[in-house]
Design a binder for this molecule. Structure first.
Ligand code: NAD
Length: 334
């Protein structure tokens, strides 16, 4: 018998122990859903699963997926469970294709076998490759320049093929840069290794990590540093709730960017952090990283039009405030 029959539809959240997935679980619970996390804890954390049960399993474990669907009465699935470090994907493409495509296909097959046909997928701006125009709209050519982006694009293609054949309805959300932490401080970003700018900046500022390296100061941007579109993780989580409601109301499949449509440079992030703290953040200047585009800014208009979603906390000062609050509480770590 499903255990979630008290008016809270159960949603299977693959990767719900990770950074974005755990924030999505919180938003789902607040919106009246019951998140059921399925995670192998390869990069996620048991402590991040706070708003529903944890099924500790790999997405490729068809029996565990089918049992989770049956036990909890799952009506839809969110898929965050991927490997997502670009440089690792260059070194170990087989691992990335295995996890992000082969295992993800086994996951969808098990869901379809169990009768779940509503699916949200965490894709990425990396599917676009080097931007040919800015901001980047969804019709921008998809020419990924690393295996990570290629695996995400391959899985997007598989999802499209599954709709006419199996009735799978999907919202593909192409995130730009997720950042920040839960505004109430319950969860935050804890990757190891950490490759993202803001947690590394915060750790440098709090003396918990080395000075921040600025990769490239000679880009053709307004101050020479790379420009990105940062979306607060709580806003990103809300976008999932909006997309889920769309699918559960019978809405069509969609592919949507998630960003703010505004770019912020690394130097601007540093300046905002310095102003918040009242002192400069320790940093050093370094060369460009191969494959880093000068600017990656979303045209996020389609998401607003189709789902009525708009970011509420994604200004850089709020993102940094919430990230500082979270990391400040974590201490120096292991
Ligand atoms: N963080 C970003 O800025 C960003 C940007 C674009 C896209 N994305 C995508 O968003 C998703 C979530 O990113 P994140 O930063 O939260 O990553 P994360 O590493 O914190 O979370 C991923 C979670 O998936 C789990 N997982 C991975 N492979 C699994 C498997 N085979 N079986 C079961 N569980 C598995 C991990 O244990 C982890 O809990 C990923 O798909 C990533 O590619 C993230």
């Amino acid at each position: 018998m499903p255990t979630s029959s008290c008016g809270h539809p159960a949603i299977l959240v693959a990767g719900g122990a990770g950074y974005i997935g755990s924030h999505a679980c919180k938003a789902l619970a607040a919106a009246g859903f019951r998140p059921v996390t399925l995670d192998n804890l390869s990069t996620g954390h048991r402590w991040a699963v706070k708003w529903g049960p944890l099924v500790e399993a790999d997405i490729a474990d068809g029996r565990a997926v089918a049992a989770a669907v049956a036990d909890h009465g799952v009506v839809a699935a969110l898929h965050f469970a991927a490997l997502s470090i670009v440089s690792d994907s260059v070194r170990a493409p087989l691992r990335y294709y295995d996890n992000n495509v082969t295992r993800a296909l086994a996951f969808v097959a098990a869901l379809l076998g169990a009768g779940v046909t509503r699916f949200l997928f965490s894709s990425t701006a990396a599917v676009y490759g080097l931007p040919r125009m800015s901001p980047i709209a969804e019709h921008h050519p998809t020419v990924p320049i690393n295996p990570y982006g290629a695996t995400k694009l391959a899985f997007e293609g598989a999802l499209r093929a599954l709709e006419p054949a199996h009735g799978l309805r999907t919202v593909v959300l192409r995130y730009f840069n997720a950042a920040g932490a839960d505004p109430e401080g319950a969860i935050g970003e804890a990757h190891a290794p950490e490759t993202h700018l803001i947690p590394n900046l915060v750790r440098a500022a709090l003396g918990l990590g080395p000075p921040l390296s600025l990769f490239g100061t000679d880009y053709a941007t307004r101050d020479g540093t790379a420009e990105r579109d940062y979306i607060h993780v709580a806003d990103l989580a809300e976008a999932h709730v909006a997309a889920l409601r769309h699918l559960l109301a019978g809405g069509e499949s969609l592919t949507l960017n998630v960003g703010t449509s505004t770019g912020v440079t690394v130097a601007e992030v540093l300046a905002t952090a310095g102003a918040l703290l009242g002192r400069p953040v320790p940093h050093c200047l370094g060369p460009r990283r191969p494959g880093d585009p000068p600017a990656l800014v979303a045209d996020a208009g389609a998401l607003r039009r189709r789902l009525g979603w708009a970011p509420a906390r994604s200004d850089m000062a709020t993102i940094l405030h919430d990230a500082f609050a979270w990391h400040g509480r974590q201490g120096p770590g292991p």
